[in-house]
Design a protein around this ligand. Structure first.
Ligand code: PMP
Length: 377
């Protein structure tokens, strides 16, 4: 049986990882500034993570959501504390798309409406409603096409206001990434997020903060949307949540009330997934990783800002977009093959992304900065 060939891949086999480094099957060591697509939040094979998962697996890996699972409550309590949203409610699932799908659905159950506002260059996932709210027609199948989603320009307050004035009572939800990831690291401005908040409040629409990539401390705050000083009604999260174990969730404001069966999942919130997610939060908290993301992120962006070969540096914390004046594919290849450094691409062909583990050190950052300096001399 062959694999269904949907991924363009680099012919490298990663065999082992430790912290911010991975080794291929020939023993070559690489600096991982990609984090397996923003997934590795606390570093590869972190000892606390390995220990927590192993001991949970030795006791019980899985049982269904039809029984009491105290480790889910433990996770909800810890997430409330670390994210500082203690009065919100947690629903657990398995992937970013599923988190957004549930968020959009919950919003519609809440206000009985159908219209969703999403923004240019957004990415929210590949399931039916999540992909319909993603600004990339090439990944939307005919069956996913819907009139229920409207795309407005990012950071354009007057376009948003005009849409609400005309159709506000039909709007179920507004979904927005705090920092667009796949779209090439575009920051939603504080003023724009504040405007979304006030319009959603005025029209009883639901503000959904897609924090799948920009959340979990990566930006230097727990959710990138936190910089704006306003609260969303639902935060979706996934990638960094399990440091590679598939676990996702939505954090839900108190006014959105649950009802039996309105949402559900077989695998979501299983014992192993919760152990992984708890281990991640414990490390983030104990090692002060949100602050580290801010400090090392500022160090990298500060060092790159003077480089005349770069068109623009965008991002916050350890979610950094580097835009060149030309397509970046060759630069990324050179970084991998000549300097053994992994980075991430984006749908903006001139922009590549740094999405490393949140415990990246200054010494790790210097390896990249020196390599990049040499390459762009
Ligand atoms: N939202 C955002 C902002 C993402 O970056 C992604 C994944 N790139 C998703 C949703 C979908 O997540 P998943 O691949 O886990 O379904």
């Amino acid at each position: 049986m062959n694999l269904f060939d949907v991924y363009p891949i680099y012919p490298i086999e990663i065999a082992k990882g430790l912290g911010s480094y991975v080794w291929d099957n020939n023993g070559t060591k690489y600096l991982d500034l990609y984090g397996g697509h923003a997934v590795i939040s606390i570093g590869h094979t972190h000892p606390h993570y390995v220990e927590r998962l192993t001991s949970q697996l030795n006791r019980l890996g899985f049982y269904s959501n039809s029984i009491k699972i105290p480790i889910q409550e433990e996770l909800a309590e810890k997430l409330g504390k670390v994210s500082k949203f203690e009065d919100y409610q947690l629903f657990l699932c398995n992937s970013g798309a599923e988190a957004n799908e549930n968020a959009l659905k919950l919003a519609s159950f809440y206000n009985g409406r159908k219209k969703i506002i999403a923004f240019s260059h957004s990415f929210h996932g590949r399931t039916s409603l999540a992909v319909a709210a993603t600004d990339n027609p090439s990944i939307v199948a005919p069956v996913n096409e819907t009139d229920n989603v409207v795309f407005l320009p990012l950071n354009n307050e007057s376009a948003l206001e005009a849409y609400f004035t005309a159709h506000g009572n039909d709007v179920s939800s507004v979904i927005i990434e705090g920092i667009q990831g796949v779209g090439g690291i575009n920051i939603a401005s504080d003023a724009f997020l504040q405007k979304i908040r006030s319009l959603c409040t005025n029209y009883n629409a639901v503000f959904i903060a897609d924090s799948v990539q920009c959340g979990y401390g990566r930006s230097g705050k727990f959710y990138a949307h936190d910089f704006s000083g306003v609260k969303a009604d639902i935060y979706s999260m996934a990638k960094g949540m399990g440091n590679g174990f598939p676990v996702a969730g939505i954090s839900i404001a108190p006014h959105l009330k649950p009802k039996y069966s309105m949402l559900g999942t077989t695998f979501g919130g299983n014992h192993l997934a919760c152990a992984a997610a708890l281990a991640v939060l414990e490390v983030i908290e104990n090692d002060n990783l949100i602050l580290n993301a801010q400090v090392i992120g500022d160090y990298i962006t500060g060092a790159l800002k003077g480089n005349p070969k770069l068109k623009e540096i965008r991002g916050k914390g350890l979610m950094i977009g580097i835009e060149l004046f030309e397509p970046c594919e060759e630069t990324r290849k050179k970084l991998i093959y000549d300097y053994q450094i992994f980075t991430g691409s984006s749908s903006n062909k001139n922009t590549f992304r740094l999405l490393p583990a949140l415990n990246l050190t200054k010494a790790d950052a210097d390896i990249f900065l020196e390599a990049f300096d040499k390459m762009t001399k």
